[in-house]
Ligand binder design. Structure first.
Ligand code: HEM
Length: 181
């Protein structure tokens, strides 16, 4: 994944646990400590950082991924990518409905991008069902955090349930996204 992902992880860990914790994590993962946002790095580096952070911070990897997703949507997105995020939508559902357009648009800047795909498959009273497709494994907890973080960003408290994991018959993860109280 692009270095900007690893860099955002560095920022979150440094903010919450301090610079030394991040140095220990990078050492444990046998990676560099800093990354160039515009450079593409092997996904394995990102997964190793998450694994090392789990050991170093004594926190399950899924919990870290969820916190990182929340941080991405509610802090990194609005602070670093204000323009593109603002142009994508102004609520949880509009952003989600246009997420593929947004990732496709930034492909100019990040030509090696391998983006996920989101689809709103159903609207129900108070929320939506969301399908998430990815070439990668194990990122459903990250998506939960991303969706909750969008709820925080737009001040519409959002409850996310990982309704059904992907399988051979169903090539996507399904989330129930309840928006507002
Ligand atoms: C706000 C601006 C955003 C930017 C600039 C951005 C950019 C990126 C980049 C560079 C990657 C790494 C993919 C790669 O390097 O191949 C990525 C991955 C991802 N993005 Fe975004 N993104 C943004 C917002 C969002 C939001 C709001 C969501 C959630 C709905 C989202 C969902 C994801 C997911 C789930 C991945 C992990 C890759 C995968 O599942 O295969 N992104 N994004």
């Amino acid at each position: 994944m692009y270095g900007l992902i690893n860099e955002a992880m560095r920022r979150l860990v440094t903010e919450q646990a301090g610079a030394q914790a991040w140095t220990n994590i990078a050492n444990r993962a046998e990676t560099a400590e800093t990354f160039v946002g515009l450079l593409y790095y092997d996904d394995d580096i990102t997964y190793r950082l998450v694994g090392a952070a789990s050991v170093e911070l004594d926190t399950p990897a899924d919990e870290l991924l969820r916190a990182f997703g929340n941080f991405w949507s509610s802090r990194v997105g609005p602070e670093n990518y204000q323009d593109i995020l603002g142009a994508t939508g102004t609520s949880v559902t509009t952003v989600l409905s246009n997420m593929d357009l947004m990732h496709a648009r930034i492909q100019n800047l990040y030509p090696e991008l391998v983006p996920p795909s989101f689809a709103v498959s159903e609207n129900f009273d108070g929320g939506v069902m969301v399908e998430y497709r990815s070439h990668r494994e194990g990122l459903a907890p990250f998506v939960v955090g991303l969706l909750e973080g969008l709820g925080d960003l737009y001040k519409t408290p959002t409850t996310v349930t990982h309704e059904r994991p992907r399988s051979q018959e169903q090539p996507y993860d399904l989330f129930r996204v309840q928006i507002g109280e």
